[in-house]
Design a protein around this ligand. Structure first.
Ligand SMILES: [Zn+2]
Length: 344
């Protein structure tokens, strides 16, 4: 059986490590440290993605399981004359949800400075439009917690255009089993995959077919799995399940996506996943995601000849203050386990 403590500890560590798209080397080192004692081989691609190979009984087919460890973030676009930072987005966060969030700016020398995302009409006592001004990057700044009065003071700290801004994840795991945090998309799924590896290693479980876990690093900007190992014949993207209008998934379910913005997923794989979820009596939902593209779509657009499916834990309020429940994580782990170990 999978180790629930390992799952939550691993997830928390991942969530507490900053990894916006384009800044994933530190989190990859952390993943390497988790993998090493499990005895699996992990390689990095030139782009910085990880490939962890689990030898199977047969290598006639090679199954890929992918999840992305990169997250949303921001970057310094310019320094204003009064010593604030204008920013550009990395990926597509819900910008109104950034208003008043704490952040850290990382100078290229490694020094980090704290700050806060704010509207340019931040005080209700001063600005008539403080409550109504659209929360867009154009109308927002990062206020640094340093005694800076002008752009020169900010530059003196070593901060310059192009520096990463890390959004505080605000991770909390509640006694009722909820995980509240930014970036559950898609660190929840990465933690599920690492938990599977811990399970297989501990119980010496050998998959039917060689399985390659692919941890991608540029998913949020659209080209995470554009390259995957050429021997992969079918791939399951493990990524957050959507919750909301016209969707049946909840925070307790593993979501099986039949179709997203990239079109329908492989019919046979999707049917098998539904069948396995029923057999194992897992809480699951089958849904169509209206605005979504997964690593399988990136791989297909990258020219890979694969069959692909998409599943993942239901995540509420995606790209904002997200939340899921351990029930969804458990169902995702168990569904992947039965797909990999019961496959004929
Ligand atoms: Zn995602």
């Amino acid at each position: 059986m999978y180790n629930a403590d390992f799952l939550l500890e691993t997830l928390e560590q991942l969530l507490l490590t900053d990894s916006p798209s384009g800044f994933c080397d530190p989190i990859m080192k952390q993943i390497q440290n988790v993998i090493k004692p499990l005895g699996y081989n992990m390689q990095l691609t030139n782009k910085g993605a990880a490939i962890i190979t689990v030898p199977g009984r047969s290598s006639e087919r090679v199954i890929g399981l992918s999840a992305h460890v990169d997250t949303l973030g921001a970057m310094v676009r310019s320094i204003t004359s009064d010593g604030n930072l204008k920013f550009t987005l990395v990926g597509g966060p819900s910008v109104p949800s950034l208003d008043s969030e704490y952040c850290r700016v990382r100078a290229r020398d490694g020094q980090e400075y704290t700050g806060t995302f704010l509207s340019t009409s931040p005080s209700v006592h001063v600005y008539e439009d403080s409550k109504t001004k659209a929360r867009t990057p154009e109308n927002m700044i990062v206020r640094l917690d340093e005694c800076v009065k002008n752009a020169a003071d900010v530059k003196e700290l070593g901060i310059m255009n192009g520096d990463f801004i890390f959004i505080e994840p605000k991770t909390q795991i509640t006694a009722s089993g909820f995980v509240k945090s930014r970036f559950l998309d898609d660190k929840a799924s990465v933690a599920c995959l690492l938990t599977l590896l811990e399970w297989w290693s501990r119980e010496a479980i050998i998959p039917e077919f060689t399985t390659k876990i692919f941890i991608s690093t540029y998913e949020e900007v659209g080209h995470g799995s554009s390259y995957i190992p050429s021997d992969i014949t079918e791939m399951i993207a493990v990524d957050m399940g959507c919750i909301g209008d016209d969707l049946s998934c909840t925070e307790y379910d593993v979501s099986i996506c039949a179709k997203d913005s990239g079109g329908p997923y492989d019919y046979e794989m999707t049917s098998e996943l539904i069948e396995l979820a029923k057999l194992a009596e897992l809480p699951f939902a089958v849904d169509i995601y209206p605005m979504y593209g997964s690593d399988v779509v990136a791989a297909l657009r990258g020219g890979n000849d694969i069959k692909g499916a998409l599943i993942g834990p239901g995540v509420h309020a995606s790209h904002g203050m997200e939340r899921t429940h351990v029930s969804a994580l458990e169902a995702t782990i168990k569904l992947l386990h039965s797909y990999i170990t019961k496959q004929k």
